[in-house]
Design a protein around this ligand. Sequence first.
Ligand SMILES: [Zn+2]
Length: 334
Amino acid sequence: METIKKLSVTMLFLCAVTLLSAQSNSQSKVTRLPLFDVHVHVSKVRPGSSPLCPWFLTSMPGSDPNEERISFFNSDCTDPLMPAKDDEEMKNEIVRRIKEMNLTMIAFGDLGIMRSWMKEVPEGRIIPGIGIGNLTVEQFRDSLESGFYKVMAEVAPQYQGKSPSDMEFDPYFAVAEELNIPAGIHMGTGGNGMANITSPSFRASLGDPFLLEDLLARHPKLKIYVMHAGYPMAENMIALMGAHAYVYVDISGMIWSYPLDEVHAYIKRLVQAGFGKRIMYGTDFMTWPRMIETSMGVIEHAQYLSEDQKRDILFNNAARFFRLDKSYFDWPEE
Ligand SMILES: [Zn+2]
């Protein structure tokens, strides 16, 4: 009796071990090199979101205050990106891409939705970020100290008509610096007519990368990634990165919205200036699942980038910036 009991316990244990290793094998069985998207917004799907034409800002005709308000996105093209219909479809589309494309992402926004995505993908593929929002400094510190959030993002004072170096935000950045948390700050882009359409406080001038300098001086150990790469202020972006070694950029948002030639010219300018190791791929993902492969295609098809430079932008630079070593990711068998 005792022997049978022992045997069945052993068998149970063996079964569990086999099950576990089978699980981790299936999780690590990937066919593609890892990719890293450093800029993903997570939100509930808003019914009636419009389809999106990539590079829709190719035409910014302007408007008149006495005319009907211009719409922010353009859906008038042959193959617009369709928005997800509901939260379930969105989750399935994202989860499928994370698995099939071997994708890791920095994601921020609706916590419930984010947790529902995280449940369906291998551990570590979704890295949660948190912005300042309406949090007090203490709440912000508690959230980061919980260990769940690994990144401070997205911080976007430009929409409030404020500089990232405004002292109002300083205690939050001080916490991020103290806890070794990298921060992503929106600088530059605002699309067409942002100040007229949704954000009257938005100021183009407050997207100037130089406005980060006081913040960086006050927090010399803070790692910053400039979201949207300070577009279109390449000169100041280059000067800032030259002076501050811990500053990286992401090319999210601009990569699928501004004229494609312009997007390439901007990325090329940064690479040409010597910053190919500091550019990170990102989408600024919102509600159109195909945005992921659309944005990635821009890098994959860039004639001026070598294969090594593409891998740097699509993965290596982000892994280095977020201090994640090779073992953190899944790799295809050699
Ligand atoms: Zn942004």
